[in-house]
Design a protein around this ligand. Sequence first.
Ligand SMILES: *[C@@H]1O[C@H](CO)[C@@H](O)[C@H](O)[C@H]1NC(C)=O
Length: 643
Amino acid sequence: MFKNNTRTLVLGAVLIAIQTISWTPIMSLPQGAPETVCDTMLPFHGGGIPPSTSLPPFRIETSSSVVGQGQTMRVDIVGVPPGLSFGGFMLQARNRNSPHQIIGQFNPSSDSRVKQMNCESSVGNSVTHSNTSPKQSVSLEWQPPVDFLGEVLFNATVAQAYDSFWVGIPSNTVQVVRRDTVGSYPQTTRLPYVTPPPRGPYTPQTESPMTTQPQDDPFYTDCGRSKTCFGFPDGCIETKSCKSISAVMVRGDVYEFEMKSLSSGAAYIALGLSEDAKMGDDLVTECVPQNGRVSLYSSYTSGAPNYAATRANVPQNKARLIESSVIDGVIYCKIQREVITQVSSKTFDLLNNRYHLLIASGTGLKENSVGYHDIGRLPSAAPINLAVVQDLSGSSTLLLRLHGAFMVIAWIGTTSLGIILARYFKQTWVGKQICGKDQWFVWHRACMVTTWSLTIVAFIIIFVEIGDWSSERNPHAILGTITTIICFIQPIGALFRPAPNAKSRPIFNWLHWLGGNLAHILSIVTIFFAVKLTKAELPEWMDWILVGFVVVHVIVHLIYSIAGFSSDRQQAQQVTAFQMSDMGHHGMRNGHRMERNTDAPYSRFRKGLLAAYTIILILFVVVLVLIVVLAPIEDTFNKLKSN
Ligand SMILES: *[C@@H]1O[C@H](CO)[C@@H](O)[C@H](O)[C@H]1NC(C)=O
């Protein structure tokens, strides 16, 4: 009804409206009056205008994070940015574990703009405005009861105008402790306690500048207590030695993020919210010092192959800079982000979704973007509910990489070689046995025992690492398990194989051949699927290397088969000649073994091809293992390029 009036009229009407409609009736009512308002803190009973859902432009500051029972502390309501004024407010301390329980008491204020409220028949447990004059800040003194121990939060409703007000603005958690133990608690003191509190525009203090001893950094004080901290190098929170650190603190619907970079030369520090711990499709908050001030940007990342973080098309008004500083190259910023941020078709819902934190920092900027994260980057190990305070560690990929490397060595390397040996080398190195066993068999067994051991170890490793069945929709896990099972029973079958001339020996031979080849084919398919696993961070082009290997392997098989046919034919023709001529030479020396004493034809060719194939296999294995171990390999390239 005011919308067509002039600005002054609206303002006047607003002030009168707030004055008369909002909380004044509560004041004038006897104690025990509308408890509903005391609890809901809604200025209007079922009023038509709902509270604003955007980020509140006001903050509740507490003079300390720990207070002794019955001791006094200060609470301020201030605008963000400082100086932004408000007309009405209502403030209470609530029990953190029971948010509807009002705790403690506000001292009667000398500030004529402030009035005490008596909610739930308790004198002065809430405060409100006594007039609607514009206020840039309000300071209050509050005392916890002498018999309360635990955590409280201040809960405020602040009205900027008749139709714009915020309900449930929370403060930091304040711990109420026994009076004699206050000193032993780490304090995050924002404002020294002073009486009377200063009036006028409130200037928020930035965190104290970095001291030379990092353990004094107040950033770490609430880590794991009221905020979840994450930084690199991994494990640095415990030792308070992070080069870059971030923190998430959630109070009600307010999502607050802090970032700090302590690396000299840092041009930015950024925190991404990622569904997969991998760069790409992440919502990033960037703090970038520019002309002595910190600028805040939101960006959206694209993944392989064109890694980038673009600010275009990302709403910039969903996050707000609360505090920031750049002191001696140390970048600090604190921001609040709305629960929902929509980037094109993707919704980031901080309340209902889980995200990995991805912290990154670098020395360069690009036009409208941050540069490569050459100082460092680290994704958190698991996606988290941001509201749950926890200790986070970076995602360790050591076991993942070992699993990949072992499987590549086993199935691209030793299995391929072992199969070729068993298939085509039974009539090579004839008579040159090792410890009474044919050479082909000794080498075949060596290859396959290696495969078996690596596979079993890699299989165990991956279950230790993932701790569960892979949640990715990818057949890698199931195919890999089948392959491992076949691989596991293959040598057991071989151990109990029938004697060479037993009737059942052909069945064993056939089963052993089938098991080996089936496992080999399955394993290669499984490795192809590994490339698609997000966790593995493998490049798409690894497919082509695998295809290259398959082609080489098939060609080698073909050549050996063709050579085998013609060798068989030659051998058949030579049988007569062989019996006559060889008797005289070798036959005399080796007596009973003379018939097997000579390799099948093309033996030198077979050995030559085997040597070539072995070298090619080693090259394939080395390249693939490097890709797996250095994953994401593009990152490694970029790092080399930027150095
Ligand atoms: C603040 O008060 C509102 C209304 O009763 C409540 O819904 C909310 O949970 C409270 N917040 C805190 C942090 O106590």
